[in-house]
Design a protein around this ligand. Structure first.
Ligand SMILES: Cc1cc2nc3c(=O)[nH]c(=O)nc-3n(C[C@H](O)[C@H](O)[C@H](O)COP(=O)(O)O)c2cc1C
Length: 317
């Protein structure tokens, strides 16, 4: 064990991108940052990922678009967003003052749209990198089709790679057969990191009316209900890629975040938990720091991927 330190470092490196701590606000759950700015100091977070952005504005799906479920939530927002031009004119000036790296989450319905967005954002000041959403389950144009096959992941990410020299993180879907192969395809195509998981497709039914609760019929399940799936997939992806893995899914407390770090995530994202408590991210940062101190870790990096598994039984020690 490393020597005891009272002040363990929380800094993590996602390739070329340095974060002061491993806690990132997840896309679609943190607006464009401004919505939370009166409540928490945005500069305390490791980074912010903005709401998914497309070339043109989108209205999203018909309401109702949210439904509470046991230990989670279903959403079918349908990637509503202001589009590239308004983002640059009206949202980015505020985000430039956020004092933490801003990652722009992008999506398109064709490979060309993804590449065009990546190209147009790469020349823009105040953006630390891109998170490429190839995994939204709620819309046809959310790129989910790309996330399902290694070949299509490779195709879209290599085209984005040629379009930008910015940091590129690829957000993966849980709705796939072999997450390791998908993560490898993203790495081979030139991604700097992968983030996972996006939501799982779910259905809620109103038994009185015998109709779906959501206007879109199905929605994406997020929150504590999906944590074991996220953890398993992060662990599997981290076994096979060399680029950093960012863990997402049901992280509400520092303990949840620590589980992801131990499974192999270099950083984590907080989504649904911010709807319940806007200070969740800050509390998680604090809790990670206290855990590192209490357990004599000199830095958060030495915790990453430290899951102990007995080779002979496959059971954790
Ligand atoms: C209301 C809502 C909107 C979301 N919008 C996006 C989005 O625009 N782009 C994206 O990549 N993920 C989006 N997500 C997925 C989250 O970023 C995250 O991957 C997912 O919610 C799982 O994390 P959680 O359990 O911490 O919420 C959205 C999730 C929710 C709940």
């Amino acid at each position: 064990m490393s020597p005891k330190t009272d002040n363990p470092s929380l800094q993590v490196n996602l390739g070329s991108l340095k974060l002061k701590n491993p806690v990132i606000a997840a896309s679609g759950t943190f607006g464009y940052g401004e919505e939370y700015s009166g409540i928490i100091p945005l500069g305390s977070l490791g980074a912010i990922v903005t709401k998914g952005l497309s070339l043109e504005p989108r209205k999203g799906n018909p309401p109702p678009r949210l439904a509470e479920t046991p230990a989670g939530m279903l959403n079918a927002i349908g990637l509503e967003n202001v589009g590239l031009e308004i983002f640059l004119q009206e949202k980015l000036p505020f985000l430039r003052k956020a004092r933490c790296p801003v990652l722009v989450n992008i999506f398109g319905s064709t490979v060309e749209e993804y590449a065009e967005l990546a190209k147009r954002l790469s020349a823009v000041d105040g953006i630390a990198g891109l998170e490429v959403n190839i995994s939204c389950p709620n819309v046809k144009a959310g790129g989910a089709i790309f996330a399902a096959e290694p070949k299509t992941v490779y195709k879209v990410i290599s085209k984005i790679r040629r379009a930008t020299s910015s940091f590129v993180m690829v957000k993966l879907s849980p709705n796939v057969a072999d997450i390791g192969k998908i993560a490898l395809a993203a790495e081979e195509a030139g991604a700097d990191a992968v983030s996972l998981i996006n939501t799982l497709t779910g259905l809620a039914i109103d038994v009185q009316t015998r109709t779906p609760v959501l206007g879109n019929i199905t929605g994406g399940l997020s929150g504590p209900a999906i944590k074991p799936i996220g953890l398993r997939m992060v662990w599997q992806a981290a076994q096979v890629v060399r680029i950093p893995v960012v863990g997402i899914g049901g992280i509400v407390t520092a303990k949840d975040a620590l589980e992801y770090l131990i499974a192999g995530a270099t950083a984590i994202q907080v989504g649904t938990a911010h709807f319940i408590d806007p200070r969740a991210g800050l509390k998680i940062i604090d809790g990670i720091q206290r855990y590192l101190q209490a357990n004599n870790f000199p830095d958060v990096a030495s915790l990453v991927g430290s899951l102990k598994i007995k080779k002979d039984t496959g059971q954790p020690t």
